[in-house]
Design a binder for this molecule. Structure first.
Ligand SMILES: Nc1ncnc2c1ncn2[C@@H]1O[C@H](COP(=O)(O)OP(=O)(O)OP(=O)(O)O)[C@@H](O)[C@H]1O
Ligand SMILES: [Mg+2]
Length: 264
């Protein structure tokens, strides 16, 4: 059996997540170039930048899916650089992943229960199975309610609308009981109605669960509406960082990288 990582306790004196000079080189190409990022607990922090800026590569290094070429990642004060994804998840850093490609025939409730059981791991032993299964079901139903899918608890994941599938992906991330959730383009491909729902969901989660959210997003209205802090990446490097208003007013960002989208 694999050794299980301990969830990390955050230290209010330290940022929840910090990277130091994080770098990823593919062949001779530097996709993420000495990025030093600080994400404070309880904030909604967005990473923006044009296509190919390195946002997804940065996120994949944070979740352990890609090993950094150099640099360090600190989570709740512990160096997690190079740890595998399942260890990083147990430490409390979760990402949402595409449910439809993993559990397409499970229902919403079964999917969330499965994710909770995966987190409980060995604790879910034979003798306590009965009691735990009721507890797991209850916990799953609460998470499903939080993401607004209660009425679809018995629907198969593959039959959900695009917006509902993305909400289920967030539910699966929540099932790992995270401190920080990473969302890579949570509103991609969504209708205006679905986008609004996702915006409200992210905001509610941050407030009610005291979750820290790090997300990348192309929809600037969403970014400026819900972010506490924005980091702009360009060609793998941090170009500008600041509060949404500061970034919106920054001429380099507005003219060169975001074009007319922010010049409203
Ligand atoms: N596995 C890989 N091998 C080689 N190059 C890669 C790999 N993954 C990403 N890249 C390159 O690294 C750069 C950054 O890609 P990345 O996907 O991180 O950008 P992004 O900011 O997420 O873009 P988008 O907004 O389009 O999602 C791109 O030029 C991409 O082609
Ligand atoms: Mg990307």
């Amino acid at each position: 059996m694999r050794p299980r990582a301990q969830p990390l306790k955050s230290n209010p004196m330290l940022p929840l997540l910090k990277t130091e000079q994080l770098t990823k080189v593919f062949g001779g190409f530097c996709a993420v170039d000495r990025v030093s990022l600080t994400v404070n607990e309880g904030t909604i922090h967005s990473v923006i930048g044009p296509n190919g800026a390195g946002k997804s590569t940065l996120f994949k290094m944070l979740t352990g899916m890609l090993k950094p070429t150099s640099g360090r990642i600190w989570f709740a004060g512990h160096d997690i650089t190079g740890e595998p994804p399942h260890v990083i998840t147990h430490r409390g850093l979760a990402q949402s992943f595409q449910i439809t490609s993993i559990f397409p025939r499970l229902t919403v409730l079964e999917s969330v229960q499965t994710a909770i059981i995966a987190r409980l791991g060995r604790c879910f032993d034979f003798f306590s199975r009965f009691h735990q299964s009721r507890a797991v079901r209850q916990q799953a139903l609460e998470i499903i309610e939080q993401v607004g899918l209660s009425e679809l608890a018995d629907a198969e994941a593959r039959t959900l609308s695009h917006g509902d599938q993305r909400a289920l992906e967030v539910a699966l991330a929540l099932a790992t009981d995270p401190k920080l959730v990473l969302l890579d383009e949570p509103t991609a491909g969504m209708s205006p109605y679905e986008t609004r729902r996702m915006v409200n969901l992210v905001r509610e989660l941050a407030q009610k669960r005291n979750l820290t959210v790090l997300f990348c997003e192309h929809d600037m209205d969403v970014v400026f509406e819900i972010s506490d802090f924005v980091t702009v990446l360009h060609q793998g490097r941090v170009l500008v960082e600041g509060k949404p208003d500061e970034v919106r007013r920054n001429e380099t960002v507005a003219e060169v990288y975001l074009g007319s989208e922010v010049q409203q």
